[in-house]
Design a protein around this ligand. Sequence first.
Ligand code: IMP
Ligand code: MG
Length: 178
Amino acid sequence: MTDPKLRVLITAEQIQTRIRELGEQISRDFPDGKLHFICILKGAIFFMTDLARAMKRDVSLDFMGISTYGRGKTSSGEVKVTKDLDISLEGTDVVIIEDIVDSGVTLNYLLHVLEQRRPRSIRIAALLDKPERRLRPVHVNYVGFAIPDQFVVGYGLDYAERYRNLDEICIVEESASA
Ligand code: IMP
Ligand code: MG
């Protein structure tokens, strides 16, 4: 098994600059009230920790685990919550923090689940967006970077659990199974 070739698409510096801008924008959009970030495990961990520290105001943090079945085979991928939230959403402004929006199946499902918990509002922040791949409509309020339809790793994103700890986003150019 040979390692895949990685090509840098977005540098660590570009990521950090964009996250500082997003932190300022979200802080301006929510000047007061309770603001709550929900990190979708595991891909969004670094994005959430950096974005939270780029905020100009207090924000509470929670984590949610999700697994998706049937993606790629059917347009109705089934989603399951594998780790639920610890903190109630009632009356809070919520921002879902996601690594990448691809088909939109995960976020479409998650929005329906979380809306039932009576938050004051729900928005979505995604570091990356592959708009060409969308199967389900999702409005992403805060996008770090729109990227072409290519598989990427790093800064939280994995290929079979590898490469999450890269500080940049890379395109995977060859399959490891080749
Ligand atoms: P979807 O929008 O429901 O299709 O799923 C988005 C999820 O698929 C993300 O949270 C990632 O875990 C995973 N994913 C989609 N595209 C990529 C990629 O290019 N690299 C790594 N993971 C990806
Ligand atoms: Mg994910």
